[in-house]
Design a protein. Structure first.
Length: 228
């Protein structure tokens, strides 16, 4: 029996396939064309993309703001060393130690209620009573000056108020002239800052404790006597 005849075109295709499979150059070119990808390079690009995509989110995320606490609920500021020194003189005399710098600080701020609050006034008076030497005389003189300024200012203010009341009651035709005079008088009495009432009261206590004299405060002591 004769072998089946293979067509010429098929025989040609088989030869070409066989040649390619046995040709070593064709194998090299195959591997050269399909080089393995550089994994490190692709990973680096991926990381850069991730970083750039995450950066805006990180910039947008701001730390949360602290909630505002009402003034009534806020903790008081810490007590300064000078105030502790001042208070310790009255409350813990055995452990208290003299400090020249702290004493000078106290003397500079006797009438400054922002620095030495009014709640420390009794500690302040006790400390000033214990001071010895020529400093005491100067403290008393300053206290008298403050009371004098307070009394002068309050007396002038009292006069202005009485004039205003009187002019309102009279209601005369020269009201405009009187108003002008009142404004001028009042502006003259307000051309300087008077001592505060708290300062005047501290000065009064200082004179009483250090000098033994009681000096009345205009309008304050008078109103207190009327209430009694």
């Amino acid at each position: 029996m004769e072998a089946p005849t293979v067509p010429a075109w098929k025989r040609l295709g088989l030869r070409v396939k066989e040649t390619i499979e046995n040709d070593p150059l064709s194998i090299d070119s195959h591997y050269t064309a399909s080089k393995p990808k550089d994994t490190s390079l692709s990973k680096r690009k991926t990381d850069e993309l991730n970083t750039s995509s995450e950066a805006p989110d990180e910039l947008q995320k701001k730390p949360p703001k602290r909630p505002k606490i009402p003034k009534s609920e806020r903790k008081p500021p810490p007590e300064s060393d000078q105030l502790v020194y001042l208070k310790s003189y009255s409350l813990n005399k055995k452990e208290w130690k003299f400090s020249k710098s702290k004493q000078n600080w106290i003397l500079r701020h006797i009438y400054n209620q922002t620095v030495i609050p009014e709640t420390y006034s009794e500690y302040l008076i006790n400390y000033l009573v214990g001071i010895q030497g020529g400093v005491t005389k100067r403290i008393v003189e300053d206290a008298k000056r403050i009371i004098e300024e307070w009394n002068n200012f309050m007396t002038e203010e009292d006069k202005v108020e009485k004039n205003e009341i009187q002019s309102d009651l009279e209601k005369n035709d020269s009201k405009e002239i009187e108003d002008t005079k009142k404004k001028e008088t009042k502006s003259e009495s307000l051309n300087y800052a008077p001592p505060t009432e708290a300062s005047a009261r501290i000065a009064q206590k200082i004179i009483l404790k250090l000098d033994g004299n009681h000096i009345s405060l205009a309008l304050i002591d008078k109103s207190s006597e009327q209430e009694q």
